[in-house]
Write a protein that binds this ligand. Sequence first.
Ligand SMILES: [Zn+2]
Length: 298
Amino acid sequence: MLQIVYIAAAPRSGTTLLGNILGSLPSVAHVGELDLVWRNPQDYDERLCGCGHPLAICPFWNDALDVARSFHSQVDVSGHYNQVLAWERRIAHGAAPSAQEQVYLESITEMYRRVTEASGARVIVDSSKRPHYGACLRRIPSADVRVLHLVRDPRAFVYSRQSRLKAARPDGRFALDMPRAALDLYRWRRINREAAGLARRGASMRVQYERLMADPERVLGEIAAFSNLEVDGLGQGGAVDLATSHTFKGNKNRFQTGEVRLAEDLRWERELTPLSEGALRVLAAPLLAWPLALEAAG
Ligand SMILES: [Zn+2]
């Protein structure tokens, strides 16, 4: 039986880091954001695997990428990726798959069979994040798919989305684009509602990112127990030791190996102007009771 741990989350929620922490355990392989393998066949040659080699020559991906190439030869999605997203949405809502959707589901099944085989691992961790794709993985016949719904403080999410654009003032702080912050919060809410919906329909565990960073040993122990992984002192002393990963896409942290100290990230409190910080607190307040808000929103 295939065993998959699927990390569902909004972007910028620490999914790559959590995937690499779990992927460093014996008998676990983190494959990154494998949903993107279905997007565009042309760029496999340009992309780097998490191990640093181009995907096209990393032996881990040899057989697996053939499945994606075969899918792309049957179904033309170049320039029509929204079509794939629409299939996933329908599948997530329980619709009977059309002929093309059936090809997609069969390709997904074969992909995870091959990466399991190539990795020699017992458990595959996928950090694709998107809840609808997670629902497709749940359609893999006789697979045990466990969902980790990773939730980050929406204020840190907004900060992270806008920090790239910041024009710092002399005091080192920057002002948020508030209409954009409101849209970011709306997006956070939409994705987390979808992830909560996915979580409700099967084995799942909700993980709060801030709690993971504050007490990694305890939270990683809980995650390992839920994911049927054997760990001994993972996250002890607030640090983890990251191994090389064979990840398909993900943020640049996926190339990081060796010891990493985990710490809470409170830059949103320190680096925003007082006005932006205050406005963000008010706007995000309804989302902060997140377990209740997510359950009620179903
Ligand atoms: Zn590799």
